[in-house]
Write a protein of this length. Structure first.
Length: 325
């Protein structure tokens, strides 16, 4: 049996109804693997090694049976005593800290990279977490994406807007639908939006041609070791919105992958494998790849519930096979 360690947010901050990391912990526990838990605050580098004050974690049996948040109560888990542990002694370290992708997140990847060099399997690869900005990384696959630019120049962005008339503007470090603006042809707020997003041309912004297919949902395609889950979650914007993010009020509707979805997955998958990005979420609007989510992809629970899947179980079993256990 393997020992999984989860670097994640504090347990009592999790959304029990939908948290994907809980599904992973449950899948590991049900398969007899040991699970430990630690947070960013628990990590140190000492004696040439990354260590963490980790605790054994066990989900309460009735909660783990179905991840039914209505029965969880206040005692849905038990924790062992903290033990200072070399991360390289764990079989798998799961990086499941939610964004924002700030300097604390970057520092965590430094710690994890040292552990990986000493033999730990870190999911996802720490260097690739740093290298693959979730919005800019999509530009590695231009044949899959919509027309776009990345710039801090207001003139450059205005020219793009003039060419395409209807565009979406977003910051490269945004999350959950924050700081995303749709700007139509005659929008009188274009200049003030650009001043705000670029902070007067000191920060980069991505502009993409608006995709009307957003009305049918912003599809999340989950990838496990370069292969797509056969269903996606279409996050449909609420009335009056152009953002499908669940955090922005979107509704999740499961659907089988289309032929184009599979084509995009087949294009992106080999590069994910090459970079050690084992669990990834692709965002697809219509026929276009818009983002590649590598930090802490979600939507496991929604797809499991709608299609009777066990996505986290597939992930855990994939990792164990890679270990050779």
């Amino acid at each position: 049996m393997a020992h999984f360690a989860f670097l994640m947010d504090p347990l009592d901050s999790l959304a029990l109804k939908k948290d994907s990391t809980l599904a992973m912990i449950r899948a590991a526990q049900l398969r007899g693997h040991a699970v430990s838990y630690f947070t960013l605050a628990d990590m140190s580098y000492m004696g040439g090694r990354t260590v963490a004050s980790a605790r054994k974690l066990h989900l309460r049996d009735d909660f783990a049976a179905s991840l039914d948040y209505t029965i969880a109560g206040r005692d849905w888990y038990t924790l062992g005593d903290p033990a200072r542990t070399d991360l390289a002694t764990f079989d798998v370290v799961m990086m499941r800290k939610d964004p924002p992708f700030d300097m604390e997140y970057v520092y965590a990847t430094y710690f994890l990279e040292r552990a990986a060099e000493l033999g730990a399997m870190v999911v996802n690869n720490p260097r690739s977490l740093r290298d693959c900005n979730e919005k800019f990384f999509a530009t590695a696959f231009p044949e899959c994406g919509p027309p776009l630019i990345v710039s801090r120049s207001m003139d450059v962005i205005r020219d793009f807007h003039a060419e395409h008339s209807d565009v979406v503007l977003k910051k490269l470090d945004g999350m959950g639908g924050m700081n995303i603006f749709r700007v139509r042809a005659d929008d009188p707020n274009l200049n003030v939006i650009l001043e705000t997003l670029t902070r007067h041309e000191t920060e980069l912004v991505m502009a993409q041609r608006y995709l009307p297919a957003i009305r049918d949902g912003d599809k999340r395609i989950l990838m496990i070791d370069g292969q797509p889950v056969p269903y996606c979650l279409a996050r449909i914007p609420k009335s009056g919105e152009s953002r499908g993010n669940l955090a922005a009020g979107g509704t999740g509707e499961g659907r089988p992958l289309t032929a184009r979805d599979r084509e995009i997955a087949e294009t992106v998958g080999p590069e994910l494998v090459r970079r050690g990005l084992t669990f990834v979420g692709l965002d697809v609007i219509g026929d276009h790849l818009t983002e590649v989510n590598v930090t802490c992809p979600t939507c496991i629970r929604e797809l499991d519930a709608q299609f009777g899947l066990d996505i986290a179980g597939t992930l855990i079993e994939t990792l164990v096979r890679k270990l050779g256990n």
